[in-house]
Design a protein around this ligand. Structure first.
Ligand code: HEC
Length: 465
């Protein structure tokens, strides 16, 4: 027979101490750790399983509170009630296999109970989510420290569920983030702990745990989002709000709260934190306006109206780190414009010539013949993709001479680079693939099959166990 810890507690601490010399007391089960790390496991969708919350708001003595209305997470008061209920399901201390919370959803072959009406969610005790729960039972107040961080390329699939994770060492798919229907932009925490993906269906910024690959929290936004960007220190994520009237939402990553909706000029498609983190720059297709927000005050400080809708942008820096130019693609224009950041005006425009031997495509351009820009990490080249010629055009910086055209595949879109600057990755939306191009030789390296219509692609550091 299993002992319920809460019952044991009533016998008195003395009896308990003699029973379990190194015991962690039930009151030592950490509430914040439970709220922020354990509870997400009850909301997460694991392949082949229903979510714990689908069943446990009723029908068992392990009782979770129902989410109210459109709520995406429990209130603190509800979390407290969940905590009380979960606490009765565990024997606090190093007793994972005497805790029903851990043994019920664990495979019997791994030490779990023979049967759970909700099925088996965790195949073994190494499962990262199971380990989070075991840590809580053992009295931990924080996660196991991150030991190993690696670069990853994250491709969001605009017409598929979730995002595909690519290892740039091998150019192989090493994971998939599911449970985000219609993901848009991707960025990540600099310490590798988590990814941030905007969710166009739930109107949320979804925080994905790097070690479990599960959605850990969904933060409600002021409207339907497009792209996202993070400050260099990881403290804030800016989310472009595409739903009119448009805004930039500011997410505090520590408190996991939407702390401000900054009014700007027009619905915002893309947002970028400048390389020095001093500004968040949002572009509007609707009003053809570039909006520059000061990240210290989160106020709009200047704006610039261009000749047509603002598509992807990218920046380069002066030797002191401050922003030199904004390179910007525009609706209906096959090329990019150059905006001097200090002068706050357009200073040049480069139109891409045809690629010899390549047939031009005009189908499904969505008003944007060129829709993807990147500056190589060493700052010496600018990469601009063309859906018309299935290619990426590479220009030298700062003189903006075209130095190469590389045919990459149908409907190439966003561009990202590995942190060492050796390889560029481009989402080719028409080929359901991410393409790797060697930066030094400017040669096609690899085509990696991903999900449906891969557009936004980003580089992340990710913790791996
Ligand atoms: C399909 C519905 C369903 C899902 C999903 C589900 N459970 Fe259950 N769970 C049940 C039912 C029914 C029982 C009662 C029968 C039993 O003990 O297996 C139960 C029992 C339990 C118990 C024991 C309660 C007691 O009275 O001792 C725990 C703990 C538990 N579940 C945890 C979980 C966790 C954690 C998850 C998610 C990882 C989960 N369950 C997912 C249906 C579900």
């Amino acid at each position: 027979m299993k002992i319920r810890f809460s019952a044991v507690l009533m016998l008195g601490a003395l009896a308990l101490t003699s029973l379990l010399p190194a015991a962690v007391f039930a009151q030592d089960l950490n509430f914040e750790y439970f709220r922020d790390e354990v509870q997400p496991i009850f909301l997460a969708k694991r392949d082949g399983n229903l979510r714990c919350i689908q069943c446990h708001t009723s029908s068992s003595s392990f009782r979770l509170q129902a989410l109210e209305g459109e709520a995406l997470f429990w209130t603190d008061e509800q979390s407290r009630m969940n905590y009380e209920s979960a606490s009765t399901m565990v024997l606090a201390g190093e007793h994972p296999l005497q805790s029903r919370l851990l043994t019920h959803p664990l495979a019997a072959s791994a030490g779990g109970d023979a049967f759970h009406g909700g099925g088996k969610h965790f195949p073994d005790q190494d499962d990262p989510e199971w380990r989070i729960m075991a840590g809580w039972v053992a009295g931990a107040d924080s996660r196991e420290p991150i030991s190993n961080v690696v670069p990853r390329i994250i491709q969001t699939n605009a017409a598929g569920e979730g995002a595909t994770i690519i290892d740039p060492e091998t150019n192989k798919v090493v994971g998939t983030i599911t449970d985000i229907e219609k993901p848009h932009g991707i960025t990540s925490a600099p310490d590798g702990s988590q990814l941030y993906i905007s969710n166009e269906v739930m109107h949320s910024l979804d925080i994905v745990d790097s070690r479990t690959l599960r959605v850990k929290r969904r933060i409600p936004l002021s409207g339907r989002p497009n792209n996202v960007s993070v400050t260099g220190d990881g403290s804030k994520v800016y989310v472009a709000i595409m739903q009119r009237p448009g805004a930039l939402d500011v997410i505090d990553t520590k408190t996991m709260k939407n702390i401000k909706t900054v009014p700007v000029d027009g619905a915002i498609h893309n947002v970028y934190v400048t390389p020095d983190s001093r500004y968040a720059v949002g572009g509007s297709i609707q009003t053809s306006t570039i909006n520059v927000v000061d990240t210290a005050t989160d106020e709009l400080v200047w704006k610039l109206k261009m000749s047509s809708g603002i598509r992807p942008m990218i920046f380069d820096s002066k030797p002191d780190g401050s922003t030199k130019n904004i390179y910007v693609q525009l609706s209906g224009f096959h090329g990019f414009a150059v905006v001097d950041f200090d002068k706050r005006e357009e200073v040049a425009r480069i139109e891409h010539p045809p690629v010899p031997g390549e047939e031009a495509h005009y189908d499904g351009l969505q008003g944007a013949p060129a829709h993807g820009l990147g500056v190589s990490p060493d700052g010496t080249t600018l990469w601009s993709t063309s859906k018309v010629y299935s290619a990426v055009y590479i220009h030298s910086l700062p003189d903006l001479e075209e130095v190469a055209q590389v045919v990459v595949g149908q409907h190439p879109e966003w561009v990202t680079f590995t942190p060492d600057g050796k390889t560029a990755y481009i989402g080719t939306a028409g080929d359901n693939a991410t393409v790797a191009v060697d930066v030094a030789t400017r040669k096609f390296v690899s085509r990696i099959p991903v999900g449906q219509v891969p557009k936004r692609v980003g580089t992340a550091l990710m913790a791996v166990d």
